[in-house]
Design a binder for this molecule. Structure first.
Ligand code: 0L1
Ligand code: MG
Length: 259
């Protein structure tokens, strides 16, 4: 039986101090899915106790390629907190991160609660606005090495996120071409259709998976629906931008050096 509180405290400290730790599984036995999500919640509770608020959820492993790579049949999810929000065009401090990577995504903002088994239509009806987005993932484990239980416990690697201009809920998000640049080079190109074939499916999955942990997606929350391409390492880069066609542009700059 995993020591939920001790592992959560270790992960919280690693995130806070931007210091990588060895993966939990193997070292302290295996983690069941239930234990891993309990650790995630307990680690996020530390942040909430420091004053952060829950502002949404992120979906992970939403591409066929990543699911096959991890031998998974379902997506994973993590919690978004107010201290993870980066304004569009804003700066992040490189010292806050261990080995950050960035992914081009689509996000939705909700106007109604959503939970449990919902249809596509019910999911659509709860959407207030849609946006192109960038997620910064930064595994708290050494060398980004983890098993499934580790990454779930580590809030699905989520570290920060940026949303572009919010657009009307009926804006088409099903197959949007995306070009992500890191500094002057094109790092990744892809389409939002890579997110479970259609990103709205990821919102249906978010309601189901968060609901099974007793969490109702709330009006005003941002749901990051998943990566449209592989993640790109930020390294010593200074700028990241995403051109998402009719969804517009989103980006951020990076200040300072690694911790
Ligand atoms: O957002 C994602 O799909 C990433 C999930 C966590 C796995 C990773 O760190 O690559
Ligand atoms: Mg992601």
């Amino acid at each position: 039986m995993a020591d939920i509180a001790a592992i959560a405290a270790k992960l919280d400290e690693a995130a806070l101090g931007a210091r990588a730790i060895p993966q939990i599984t193997g070292q302290e036995g295996e983690l069941s899915l239930a234990e891993a999500y309990d650790i995630q919640r307990a680690a996020i509770d530390h942040r909430i106790a420091r004053g952060a608020a829950l502002v949404g959820v992120k979906m992970g492993f939403t591409s066929e390629a990543k699911m096959v790579q991890m031998g998974l049949k379902d997506q994973i999810w993590g919690r978004l907190t107010s201290d993870m929000v980066v304004p569009n065009g804003g700066a992040i401090d490189r010292a806050r991160f261990i080995h950050p990577r960035v992914e081009p995504e689509v996000a939705v903002r909700l106007k109604a609660p959503l939970s449990g088994e919902v249809t596509r239509e019910e999911a659509f009806a709860a959407v207030d606005a849609v946006a192109a987005a960038l997620e910064i993932i930064d595994s708290r484990y050494l060398n980004f090495r983890f098993a499934l239980g580790d990454v779930i416990a580590d809030n699905a690697s989520s570290s920060a996120f940026v949303t572009g201009p919010w657009l009307a809920a009926d804006t088409d998000i099903s197959d949007v071409a995306m070009t992500m640049r890191v500094d002057d080079g094109i790092a990744e190109t892809g389409t939002s259709a890579a997110i479970l074939g259609d990103p709205i499916r990821s919102l249906v999955a978010a309601a189901r998976l968060a609901g099974s942990a007793g969490l109702v997606l709330q009006p005003g929350w941002t749901i990051m629906l998943g990566g449209a391409t592989a993640a790109a390492a930020i390294g010593a880069a200074r700028t990241v931008s995403l051109d998402a066609g009719h969804l517009g542009r989103v980006g951020f700059t990076i200040e300072g050096g690694a911790a």
